[in-house]
Ligand binder design. Structure first.
Ligand SMILES: [Zn+2]
Length: 182
């Protein structure tokens, strides 16, 4: 077959549902797959995750353009040079942008909203940040939260206890607003 040619379209055979089945979800099936897999995070992210397990945020610096980024990456995407100069960063940063979320990623309603935010860690280059959560904020309504959280606000990482860390981004529970920098 010509590799440039798309494979033929084969319509999937559906299962007709009655209105009652559709509404009562009797026809839906629960599939609990048994899947085992291994995933290699790569050199840069592996070291980043190990650092989180030890309560530290690491970044890398590009020797050519001088940018410092976290999460670390193996190569600078601007000049394609290896980023192999490791930098231990502070656990403080700034909220670049945030949202107030009343549903989980799979659309379950939340009574206490989550506040996903892009956090720029101090010591990194401008417009370098990662997605995490803002926490330690009282209130549930948009107005209550917006009185306490704003773009440009300084935050500090709140960590899991050392014994419960597992080398994951969730070793940081959330970033809490700080009134004064240490
Ligand atoms: Zn660079």
């Amino acid at each position: 077959m010509d590799p440039r040619q798309a494979p033929p379209y084969v319509p999937l055979r559906g299962h007709p549902l009655t209105d009652d089945e559709f509404r009562e979800r009797e026809a839906s099936t629960a599939w609990a797959p048994r899947l085992e897999y291994a995933w290699d995070a790569g050199i840069a992210i592996s070291r980043f995750l190990e650092g989180l397990g030890q309560g530290a945020i690491y970044g890398v610096r590009c020797r050519r353009c001088g940018r410092t980024v976290t999460p670390p990456r193996a190569f600078c995407e601007l000049d394609f040079k290896p980023m192999d100069e490791w930098v231990k960063l502070p656990e403080t940063g700034t909220i670049n942008t945030f949202s107030i979320c009343y549903v989980t990623w799979d659309m379950k309603p939340l009574r206490v909203p989550q506040i996903p935010a892009v956090i720029e860690i101090d010591g990194t280059s401008p417009r370098v940040g990662f997605l995490h959560l803002v926490g330690g904020v009282r209130g549930r309504t948009v107005d209550q939260i917006r009185r306490q959280v704003r773009v440009g606000m300084p935050v500090r990482a709140v960590w899991k206890p050392p014994a419960k860390r597992e080398g994951a981004i969730t070793d940081i529970l959330y970033f809490a607003p700080v009134r004064k920098r240490a």
